[in-house]
Design a protein around this ligand. Structure first.
Ligand SMILES: [Zn+2]
Length: 84
C-alpha cells in the first residue's frame, strides 16, 4: 500500500505549481513526486536542509489531534499494490 502526503506550500521544481508535490514510500524508500506533472525523484532527507522537511512535518498528523481535512482526502486515495 502506498500512502501519499502532500507537502503544504511546496512548489514543484519542474512545473512550478504550488501544493502539487507529495511524498510517498515505496519499498521503504521515500520519494517525492508531483501530481501535476511527471516530476518524481528520491527524497533524500539526510542530504539536505531543504524547507520541504519542515513543511512535511507540518503536514503530518500529531498524536491526539484530528487529521486535517486535506489529510483525510489523501487517505482515501490508495494505489493498488501489485505485490499484495
Ligand atoms: Zn510538477
Amino acid at each position: 500500500m502506498q500512502k501519499k502526503r502532500f507537502i503544504a506550500g511546496a512548489i514543484c521544481p519542474q512545473c512550478r505549481k504550488r501544493d502539487k508535490v507529495f511524498v510517498y514510500y515505496e519499498a521503504d524508500e521515500k520519494w517525492r513526486a508531483c501530481s501535476s506533472c511527471d516530476f518524481n525523484e528520491p527524497f533524500d532527507q539526510s542530504d539536505n536542509g531543504q524547507p520541504e522537511e519542515i513543511a512535511t512535518r507540518v503536514n503530518q498528523s500529531r498524536l491526539g489531534e484530528q487529521p486535517l481535512a486535506h489529510e483525510v482526502a489523501v487517505e482515501v486515495v490508495k494505489l493498488i499494490d501489485p505485490k499484495k
